[in-house]
Design a protein around this ligand. Structure first.
Ligand SMILES: Cc1ncc(COP(=O)(O)O)c(C=O)c1O
Length: 395
């Protein structure tokens, strides 16, 4: 059987990570992989997470399975985190949700749910979008299309072009929107544009599907959830995939949540499908990461601790953005770099060709993804001048 298989190419980002690890040059700089790093290039464990783990180590009494949808405490607290504790969809019992293995698990489960509800649905993703959306969602056999999003000239959103496509869609269309910190562009939608998108969904009947992998890393926990909350105000049905990888630093524990906003009389039916789909993929979600999140969100002191740590990370990314923007401008590299401070979250694009990106790596030991995406969390006061000089040198 396996003789039929040919070797597939390595994921380009994973290949780059391996090359970075093998690079022995001192002062090498990694702006490629999508994790938060401190000035030492380390991805630290949140103090709140350490405390929640210590609590769990002494309080856990069983390793028996948790339910297919995870624990009720996790789901309630995460729903409140996403929609806001006072949102009408929660009061009306219109949300069906489940703990999933990471945001990827949530995206894939949501895709299966769309397929179960309407196998002919088309899912629209932004141009560009996070590369893994394609296999996670298209991989279940749903039709994928793209809508215009990024404006390369301004590094912002080409909102008119985006709306002209969304306004032509209908009830068989599902539109995947990045809730905040758009990956890979960093170009986010301000509240007034979310309002217009919500109005389009409400009038045209297309279904919003929000991917929220960076809540709290763009502006604040509440501001980054504006789109989720506004869309839930406006429509009868929507989907949501949440990830706790970045904002709790729980990457390898694999914690996320899939949620569907439904008409009240369809919540139970939708939840039954979510559970059945989970049963057919991994049966029960892992418990450990979800229990940590539940304990942090449900313990006021730990929650404050976590919120403060998250604020520090958010402001350190904003500082990195300002430092790199200033250093690139001062270096005389061509172009304006103001957009770096306007974009949100960990990612932005540098306008470099494939050859220039390759030269950054070979001649200057600066690693960025082939598309030009950089992770700003890898830029710090100690290396921004080196990055800027390298960009200037290859430009
Ligand atoms: C846009 C986006 N969605 C979802 C995810 C899912 O992350 P995870 O499965 O690690 O929780 C990521 C991770 O990089 C992401 O960038």
């Amino acid at each position: 059987m396996f003789t039929a298989l040919t070797e597939l190419p390595t994921d380009p980002i994973l290949g780059l990570m391996a090359a970075y690890r093998a690079d022995t040059r001192p002062g090498k700089i990694d702006l490629s992989v999508g994790v938060y790093m401190n000035e030492d290039g380390h991805t630290p464990i949140f103090d709140a997470v350490k405390k929640a783990e210590a609590y769990r180590l002494q309080s856990e009494t069983t390793k028996a399975y948790i339910g297919m949808e995870g624990t009720p405490g996790f789901n309630t607290l995460m729903q409140q985190e996403a929609f806001g504790a006072d949102h009408s969809v929660l009061a009306a019992g219109r949300v069906a949700s489940a703990l999933t293995p990471g945001g990827c698990g949530a995206l894939h489960l949501a895709a299966q749910l769309i397929k179960a509800a309407n196998a002919d649905a088309t899912v629209w993703v932004s141009d560009p979008t996070w590369a893994n959306h394609v296999p996670l969602i298209g991989g279940v056999g749903l039709k994928l299309e793209t809508y215009p999003y990024f404006d390369r000239a301004t590094h912002g959103v080409n909102f008119d072009a985006m709306m002209s496509v969304l306004n032509g869609l209908g009830p068989s269309d599902v539109v995947l929107l990045h809730a905040c910190c758009h990956n890979p562009t960093g170009a986010d939608l301000p509240p007034e544009q979310w309002d217009q998108i919500a109005e389009s969904a409400s009038i045209k009947g297309w279904i919003p599907f929000l991917d929220s992998a960076y809540q709290g890393l763009g502006t604040s926990l509440d501001a980054d959830a504006y789109g989720i909350r506004r869309m839930a105000d406006a429509v009868d049905e929507m989907l949501l995939a949440m990830s706790c990888s970045k904002n709790f630093g729980l990457y390898r524990e694999r914690v996320g949540m899939v949620a569907a906003v439904t008409p009240a009389d369809k919540q139970a039916a939708t939840l039954s499908h979510i559970k059945t789909i989970a049963r057919g993929i991994y049966s029960m979600p892992p418990a450990h990461g979800g229990a940590i999140v539940e304990h942090i969100l449900g313990t006021p002191e730990l929650r404050t601790n976590w919120e403060n740590e998250l604020k520090d990370i958010c402001s350190s990314i904003q500082t990195s953005r300002a430092l790199l923007s200033r250093a690139l401008t001062a270096s005389g590299a061509p172009g304006s770099f103001d957009y770096l401070t306007e974009n949100k979250g960990m990612f932005s694009f540098l306008d470099l060709s494939k050859e220039q990106i390759e030269k950054l790596r070979t001649d200057h030991a600066v690693y960025i993804v082939g598309s030009g995406r950089i992770n700003l969390a890898g830029a710090h006061k100690n290396n921004v001048d080196r990055i800027a000089e390298a960009v200037k040198a290859v430009s």
